[in-house]
Design a protein around this ligand. Sequence first.
Ligand SMILES: [Zn+2]
Ligand SMILES: [Zn+2]
Length: 245
Amino acid sequence: MSTKNKQHFLSILNFFKISFFPKRCIFCDDWFEAKGLMCKKCINSICKMDRRKTKCLVCDSEIDKMDKNDTDTCSSCQMGRPSFSRNLSAMDYNDALGKLIHAVKFGQHRQGCHDLAEIMHRLIPELNADNTVLSWIPLSRRRRLQRGFNQAEEIGKLIAEKRDILSLNVLSRILNTKPQARLNAEKRVENIKGAFVPLNNDKWVGKNIILIDDVITSGSTAQAAAETLLKYGSGRITLLTAGRG
Ligand SMILES: [Zn+2]
Ligand SMILES: [Zn+2]
């Protein structure tokens, strides 16, 4: 068998293995039969992990005791409101969530998007979907080709299905930016500048947009995406993320 045929055969075998056979949970190593990388028991326990202390009503980060002068917003949102009206994170970023996200993004385990969508669906019940389209933070063409998929898009489509909301691409990422995780807050803003252009405008002008991403840290990627959408006539933008970094 030629190398190419062998690779093709292996990818078909992998597809059947993933689709029809039990596999081991990446957390407890137990066998389970479901889409995703985690067994039900581990999904249930990860969903109970969040401490949910006092959160900023805008960006969903924890409000520091020093900040808590009868206000519901953190000092950063008080200094300058972001372009998105709200971020809703399923939980604070923790080791377990990090392991799952890492497996999806760097282990190319696309099935893990099912677990992330399930966690977000369960932990973010409040979601106004009137006059709303659901979308995601896009990857650049190059990064998407490298990974083979955009995790935010995969999660977004699954959530759109669960909540019965129209989903579509609203942005394209035209710059190959450096990974934001390696930069400080100031450099992140600079790095992401001009990275997005609108797509399918006629389908979302005047509508509210729910934007999905896996993790929010400084929020500069979400800010740049939201800025672009508002500039081109979107309504309110709500960010939906699995982890609050
Ligand atoms: Zn498990
Ligand atoms: Zn805030």
